[in-house]
Ligand binder design. Structure first.
Ligand SMILES: [Ca+2]
Length: 330
């Protein structure tokens, strides 16, 4: 798989990219601004451009704008972003990744030894297959405060997921993850270690809210799923599939599960503790408003050790007597 990164602004006239990144697959990286091809950047260009930020690069939208990174067409540039071997300490903020095409594709593809990446306040939408995909060799990827929705639908039945995550020490937090029409919202499989999934609202997958598992030589160990609201998925809230070794050290606690068609918290290889099965009382699920009403079981039930300093709207956490489960604090 390969990529071309094209950057366009929804607002048309200005670029929305504050800086180019340097850590990339340098033979396959391209920036486009208002139809003007900046050409391929090589590593030295980037070093000259940001000499003091060689190992701490921020790639974000400009104030008031929202950059959209789209896939091209064809197998050589079918993913909006590929970030691989040698990429580290890069933060992507406020960007939209959309429209990955092809038979094996994803809006964001992390591979090789890519590590210490951050995606915050981003949106991943409309991929033909996966929304986000990371290989088992990646580590320390943080996906925080993102909206990840409506990815998948063109792959084999049940094999497209909003997030298909593998690797070590990843964090998935404060995200709104909804509508996976051909799979699960989050698939943690088949190989990961020490991942944390906290304070997400996970709704409306064809299959599970979160599925955890193994296959071949890998397995999923030391996973913590905490402070999430997982509701109205069309199979389980959380479930497991162990095609290989059953994982150890996996814990799901302080989550709210409700309305998942086949069951809420099931499967061996995870210790379930102190989860709640009750209606989270979304404000208006039909209209996509997944804030919770007063009296929701999600309110104040979260573990403070896994709570972020603010919610998806930027409101401070915790409000009231404790942090809420899910993406929104009240
Ligand atoms: Ca609260």
């Amino acid at each position: 798989m390969a990529v071309a990164l094209e950057v366009m602004s929804q607002f048309g006239r200005r670029s929305s990219l504050a800086c180019p990144v340097h850590s990339y697959n340098q033979d396959r990286f391209r920036l486009r601004r208002q139809g003007t091809d900046w050409g391929r950047l090589n590593r030295q260009d980037a070093v000259n451009f940001f000499p003091s930020h060689l190992h701490d690069i921020l790639c974000r939208d400009l104030p008031g704008e929202r950059a959209v990174l789209q896939a091209g067409t064809g197998q050589t540039n079918n993913m909006p972003l590929e970030i691989g071997n040698g990429a580290a300490f890069v933060r992507f903020q406020g960007l939209v990744f959309e429209g990955a095409t092809g038979s094996s594709t994803t809006n964001v593809y992390a591979w090789g030894n890519a590590h210490d990446l951050e995606f915050s306040a981003c949106e991943l939408r409309g991929s033909q297959r996966q929304g986000f995909f990371s290989e088992p060799s990646t580590s320390a990827i943080q996906i925080i405060g993102c909206s990840i929705h409506d990815n998948g639908g063109s792959g084999p039945s049940q094999l497209d997921h909003n997030i298909y995550i593998q690797g070590h020490e990843h964090l998935l937090a404060n995200c709104r993850i909804v509508n996976a029409p051909n799979g699960s919202n989050v698939q943690i499989y088949p190989s990961s270690d020490r991942m944390i999934v906290t304070q997400n609202t996970i709704v409306g997958a064809r299959l599970d809210g979160i599925i955890v598992g193994s296959d071949g030589g890998g397995t999923t160990n030391n996973l913590t799923i905490v402070n999430n609201v997982i509701a109205y998925n069309n199979r389980y809230g959380i479930s497991t599939y162990w095609g290989g070794t059953i994982g150890t050290g996996n814990l799901a606690t302080k989550n709210v599960g409700y309305g998942n068609t086949s069951g809420q918290f099931v499967g061996n290889g995870i210790t379930y503790s102190l989860n709640t099965v009750a209606d989270p009382r979304f404000v208006d699920r039909a209209q996509g408003n997944l804030h919770v009403q007063l009296g929701s079981p999600a309110v104040d039930m979260g573990k403070i050790e896994y709570s972020l300093p603010d919610d998806l709207d930027g409101a401070g956490r915790p409000q009231g007597t404790g942090p809420d489960a899910g993406t929104y604090e009240r």
